[in-house]
Each structure stands twice: as C-alpha cells, then as structure tokens.
Design a protein around this ligand. Structure first.
Ligand code: TPP
Ligand code: MG
Length: 535
C-alpha cells in the first residue's frame, strides 16, 4: 500500500526537490520509506539547527527552497533558530515535521516528543504552519508552500503530519504532480510610468538594491547604467553590480559616506530591499533620510510601508519591475560614477586597522578563488565584509551577522551552499566562538565529502562582545572562553587543518584546500594577520 509518507516523497520529487536535510527518528521514519524510489538525496546533519542552516545555505545559492524532515518536539525546537534566521532574511525553506497522532496532539499525557502546541511555536518563524488532518490536504498545502516561494516574499513554511496520517493510505489520491503556480506580480503600468518620470527628471538618482533583487542582475545593472545612478547594495544584494563597476557601491548604508550619498540623492529607487536597521542603521546613529522623491519596489505590500515613508510604493517582482522601468528610462550622463567613488573611498578611509586587515582577507579569497561562494558567520572579517565586501555576483556572499544574527550559522550553511554548487569553491568565514556552536557539522561534511574551506578567525574568545563590554565600561565576563585545539579536532573529524603563518601564504593554502575532497580548516591567528598582512 502506498502511504501518505511515500506519496509525499514522490510529490517533493515532482517539485524538483533534490536534497532533504534531516535526522530520522521513530516519528519520521515513515517519511523515509518512499525516498529510495525518488532521485532525492538525503543529508544528515548532526543537529536539527544544522539541518535548517544547511537548507538555508542551499536556498540562498539556488533561489529554491531548502527542504528538511524533522521529528516532533525536540527536532522542531532545535530547528526553530535556523527558521528564525531564514525568516529574517526572506529565505525559502520547507520544514516538514511529524506531530503526535490526531487525538493525542496537545493532550498533556506525555506522548513521545509531545509539545503543547507545535504550530504555536513555529508560527513566530514561518510564513505559515499547517497541520495535515486528511491525506487529501497534502498536495494542496505543498502547492501553497511553493506558490509562496516563487510568487511572494519567500520565508520558511512548516507542514506537520500527524503520525497516523503519515501511515494512512494514499492509494486513492491522484498521482503526485507539481501544481500550476502563479507568476510573480508585475507592476501596474501607470506606477511604472510615474516612477520613470521621477527618475528621468532626477539630477542625482540613486538605486538601493537588496536581497529581493538578487535574481534581477541584468536589469538592475542596465538601469543603473542608463540612469548613471550609483547602486548601493545591502549585504544580501551584493554582487548585483560587480566589484569593478564604476557605479557599484558595495558598502553598508550604515556608514556615514553612504548616508551622505543617500541624503544627496534627489530620487531614490529601492528594490527588494528591507531597509532594516542592521543594514541601514547598524550603529543606531539614525539612518539617512530621503531628501528627494522615493520609489520602492517590493513583492511584499507590508514591507513597502515599513521604515521611511515612500512617495511611490509599487508591488512587483524585482525583475519585472526593473525590466519595465528600464524600457522607459532615458539614457543620460550624470555624475553617478563620481558620487559612487566618493562613497566607496569615504568608507574605505574610515576603516580601522583590524577591519582593513579583515577586508584584505575577504578580498584575498575572492581574488584567489573568483568563483567562490563565501558564507560568513558573525565574526570580525564578516563584519568588515558587511561594511565593504564587493562580491563578484549575487547569491555568492551571505552571512548571519545581520538581521537575526545567529552565531554558528556559517559551517552548516556553507555545507548547504556546497551541495547547491558542487563545482564552485565554498569558503566559510567563522570565528573561534561561532565554530564551537556547530563544530560537529564537520562530521556531516566529511561524511558526504563536501570540501568546504573554513577560514577560522581565531582570537580566543568572543572578541566582538568583549570589546563591546569594554566600550560600555563593563568588566569583561564570559567572553574569554576556553579555546580548544582546532587542528586536533578537525583531524578527529577526518578533515584537514593547517595554520596560516605568513598572511602572504593564504592564496597557496586556499588553492591546496580546493584540491581536497574533505573540509579544510585554515586557522588564522587574528593578531598575526592584522600585524603581518601587506595592506
Ligand atoms: C546564538 C547567538 N548567541 C550569542 C550571540 C552573541 N554574539 C555575537 S558575536 C559573539 C562573539 C562571537 O565570537 P567569535 O565567533 O569568536 O567571533 P569574534 O567576535 O571573536 O571575531 C557573540 C557571543 C549571537 N549572535 N548568537
Ligand atoms: Mg573569537
């Protein structure tokens, strides 16, 4: 008999799902019965938070949802943090979990893995959460999830299947097929005309590009060029204009020179850009004010009304909106390249020694491995990257230092990224503190021979928090943590590990790590790098 669990595996395959991240338990084994009959690969992390971060990394590289199979109760509480990070960064993720049998849910009787109300927990970190109470519902709710991933602001979706539904018969259901999904919204022609008028009439137009525009690369670039408008890219929008582009401003809008650029614009067009405080006001000094007219294009109507008031809010998919605008924009020379260069130079000049060294590290990775995907945690080089790392292309540089800001993200997310792009180098930039959150995922990476390269920035503790405590005149407590021997640990996991001596040797170490089939940790002593790099 074909069960609902087996039907689900076929249904996910019909939607093109390639990989599922999960740790099987007695509650979910019936989800696995049908998997061998599909082309779907299964990857086992060492903790459900790792499953969620792997799914996140996979989704950020492909633009398609990362999918997880998770057990009721502890599995779901474990993955909730990763769902929070994905929710915060608008990353598509499909979390399929079990839940106790109908009639047992929330009974308080103490069934295995029982939670009072699992959906109530997940509601905070998902676009929606649904309990399948009849086999007939399953195809519909999966279709709803995929409609959201491709036609709306993508965020995690949770679908839970009661134990008795997973094993129920699916013999009577129609063959599992991908539903017809709606195309993303296009902008009304009148709004686009109005936006084009504003931009064409502007003397100092400016583009603000966020992660929502990640798939609109050719249109974003062409519009910037046509208008001669600098393009400020938030962390998730980096790479929309390449590093050497004269209009590119791959710099944090929290930095004073970028704020001045924004305030000097007589027309601002923001596309797929949350304009959240961790990008636009990281130091909480008050963000740049729009002085001229402002237009926003976003797929999420509510987002258009958050933050600063906008003269012209337009609901549209970023590519659709930009393509429509491009056809009406008039080619004109302005002083865009001068304004962009002033902002970039100003940001660079304002960087202290440590951040300059950190940026040198990031740039060395890019210049040595130009195809690399760089996945950052929440450590010094990553903060420097948020401020000014010029990624060569979109979906190739992301981190957990903004938004939800979860420590321990980067290793599992890098594993997911490597599964999404097996032929590209994937470099994980992580601190000694962050790595200790998710170190066992080295075992998962070794098992599936995913050759992620870890750049371990070792300053023997929670450096950022220590300096923050000192700046607030608080005696540093809880930040000078015991530092294990990462070289030995890596070898224990069957991975390679080397220590960087002279910073000039980094390119050679990166290239040899690239040759391996297993992960390599390149351990970098902070002080050694900051004092020894040739900047
Ligand atoms: C889950 C979680 N817990 C705590 C924090 C607070 N936090 C932010 S950065 C940081 C220190 C990170 O240390 P490390 O990874 O070694 O980087 P460093 O600052 O030393 O470069 C801490 C504890 C967090 N962001 N996320
Ligand atoms: Mg540290």
């Amino acid at each position: 008999m074909k069960t609902v669990g087996m039907y689900l595996a076929e249904l996910l395959a019909a939607y093109g799902v390639e990989v599922i991240f999960g740790i099987p338990g007695v509650h979910t084994v019936e989800l696995y019965r049908g998997l061998p009959n599909t082309p779907i690969r299964h990857v086992t992390p060492r903790h459900e938070q790792g499953a969620g971060f792997m799914a996140d990394g996979y989704a950020r590289v492909t633009g398609r949802p990362g999918v997880c199979f998770i057990i009721t109760g502890p599995g779901m509480t474990n993955i909730a943090t990763a769902m929070g990070q994905a929710y915060s960064d608008s990353v598509p993720m499909l979390v399929i979990s079990s839940v106790n049998a109908l009639g047992q849910i929330g009974s308080g009787e103490g069934w295995l893995h029982e939670l009072q109300d699992q959906r109530q927990l997940v509601r905070q970190v998902s676009a929606f959460s649904h309990t399948v109470t009849r086999p007939e519902e399953l195809a519909k709710v999966v279709a709803r999830a995929f409609a959201l991933f491709s036609g709306a602001r993508p965020r995690p979706v949770h679908i839970e299947l009661p134990l008795d539904i997973i094993t129920a018969s699916a013999e009577h259901l129609p063959p599992p097929t991908r539903a017809a999904l709606p195309a993303p919204p296009t902008a009304p022609a009148t709004a686009i005309r109005e936006a084009a008028q504003i931009l064409n009439a502007a003397k100092t137009p400016l583009l603000l590009l966020g992660g929502g525009a990640a798939d609109a690369e050719p249109f974003a670039r062409a519009l910037a060029e046509k208008l001669d408008a600098p393009a400020v890219m938030s962390v998730n929008g980096r790479g929309l204009l390449p590093p050497d582009h004269p209009l590119a401003v791959p710099c944090s809008p929290s930095m004073r020179p970028v704020m001045e650029l924004i305030e000097g614009a007589d027309a601002v067009l923001a596309v797929g850009c949350e304009m959240g405080p961790t990008d636009y006001d990281f130091y909480e000094t008050g963000r740049a004010k729009f002085r001229g007219q402002s237009i926003r294009i976003d797929i999420d109507p509510q987002q258009l009304l958050r933050g600063q008031a906008t003269d012209l809010p337009i609901i549209a998919d970023a590519s659709e909106g930009l393509a429509a605008l491009l056809s009406l924009a008039q080619e004109r020379r302005r002083d865009g390249t001068t304004r962009a260069a002033a902002a970039r130079d100003g940001v660079l000049m304002g960087l202290g020694n440590t951040y300059r060294a950190c940026l040198h590290l990031m740039d060395t990775v890019r210049d040595t491995l130009p195809e690399a995907i760089i996945v950052g945690d929440s450590a010094q080089p990553v903060y420097a990257g948020c401020i000014y790392f010029a990624s060569p292309r979109p979906r190739s540089w992301f981190c957990s230092a903004t938004g939800y800001g979860t420590l321990g993200y980067a290793l599992p997310a890098a594993i997911g990224a490597q599964l999404a792009a097996p032929d590209r180098p994937v470099v994980c930039v992580i601190g000694d503190g962050g790595l200790q959150f998710s170190l066992p995922e080295l075992g998962a990476a070794r098992e599936i021979e995913v050759p992620v390269i870890l750049l371990l920035w070792n300053n023997r503790g929670y450096g950022e928090i220590k300096s923050y405590m000192i700046s607030k005149q608080i005696q540093p407590i809880g930040v000078d943590i015991f530092t294990p021997d990462f070289q030995l640990l890596a070898k224990g996991f069957g991975c390679e590990a080397v220590k960087l001596g002279d910073p000039a040797e980094l390119p050679a170490l990166l290239r040899s790590a690239r040759e391996r089939r297993v992960p390599t940790i390149i351990e970098i002593d902070e002080e050694n790098y900051v004092t020894g790099y040739a900047g």
